[in-house]
Write a protein that binds this ligand. Structure first.
Ligand code: RIB
Ligand code: CA
Length: 310
């Protein structure tokens, strides 16, 4: 009996997506059924090319499919300042011919979910466009989804605007579909990821390991850290890796139940995740659990262990 957690990882690599994917592929607790790509950090073509680079680099055979070119109901916003023109600037990868499914992400995921003998966990580390399309087009998949674990949001602040975190802001309409799906939701957001910092010493430890994957991750972090130090961070925030860490070792985080809504029409609050913290008992029941605290050292140790396990 395979007691690993079956996941489909939807991502927009992206330096931190890449590290999260490497962690998932390395973990004995996770069975990556498939990877799908979304537009976000860069265009769909570039995030898909980056997923191919990572999967090929570690000799994976996990199936890959690409998703939608743009958000469900608005124009695409990308983040070249953070991830560079390629979406994963820094390391140089060898050429690859990693196959990409002819199925769009939502058909690919529907097939994998319905074929799984055990409920599947959907992981989203980018804008949730593909999840929104999947759940809208194929609601029957819900019967075999264990939970949705996403990187996004912040209970009291954003990073792309004062109110909104990037993944949520790019496609808030998709997030609304996810939050209203009735499925178990785990939100891992800025409340913990901005404390999950990889620092210079951590990066040098990986570089000094000398083996291909630790060195690759150090090179990814070199670029990612530079941007974040320039905007005042004391390290590289490991946003997407936190979601994978939650699945592998949930006690790293303190999860708090909240009723979450997402703003889709605000002048200055579009993309905001609003947690209902009213003290009265008239508010709606929680529809999500939100990571509010993190054991940073335990998290960093897990990240390093998995990266060094290749
Ligand atoms: O706000 C951080 C999130 O946006 C991360 O998922 C990063 O990869 C970008 O997609
Ligand atoms: Ca991402």
């Amino acid at each position: 009996m395979d007691d690993r957690i079956p996941i489909i990882m939807d991502c927009d690599p992206g330096h931190d997506d890449a590290i999260a994917l490497l962690m998932a592929l390395a973990s004995e607790k996770i069975n990556v059924l498939g990877v799908t790509t979304t537009a976000g950090n860069q265009t769909l073509a570039k995030t898909t090319a980056n997923a191919r680079k990572i999967l090929s680099f570690v000799g994976s055979h996990v199936p890959l499919a690409k998703g939608n070119e743009k958000p469900m109901a608005r124009e695409l916003e990308i983040a070249p300042a953070v991830h560079g023109a390629s979406g994963m600037d820094g390391p140089v990868f060898p050429p690859n011919d990693y196959p990409v499914s002819s199925e769009p992400a939502w058909d690919f995921s529907r097939r994998l979910i319905l074929a799984s003998p055990v409920p599947v966990t959907l992981v989203a580390t980018g804008p949730q466009t593909n999840l929104g399309i999947l759940l809208s087009k194929y609601p029957e998949v819900k019967k075999n989804i264990r939970e949705i674990a996403f990187l996004g949001g912040g209970i009291d602040h954003g990073n792309w605007t004062a109110a909104a975190e990037f993944n949520i802001l790019v496609d808030p309409e998709a997030v609304k579909i996810v939050l209203e799906s009735g499925l178990p939701i785990r939100m891992v957001g800025l409340d913990v990821t901005e404390k999950a910092l990889m620092k210079h010493a951590d990066i040098e430890e990986l570089r000094n390991d000398g083996r291909p994957v630790p060195v690759l991750v150090a090179q990814l972090l070199d670029f990612f850290l530079k941007f974040h130090e320039e905007i005042g961070f004391a390290g590289a925030p490991m946003h997407d890796p936190c979601v994978i860490a939650y699945l592998i070792d949930p006690i790293i985080f303190k999860m708090v139940p909240y009723y979450l809504q997402v703003e889709t029409r605000g002048t200055i609050t579009t993309g905001m995740i609003l947690a209902d913290k009213r003290l009265n008992n008239k508010k709606p029941s929680p529809n999500a659990e939100v990571a509010m605290e993190i054991d940073r050292d335990r998290f960093i140790a897990l990240l390093k262990k998995l990266v060094k396990s290749y």
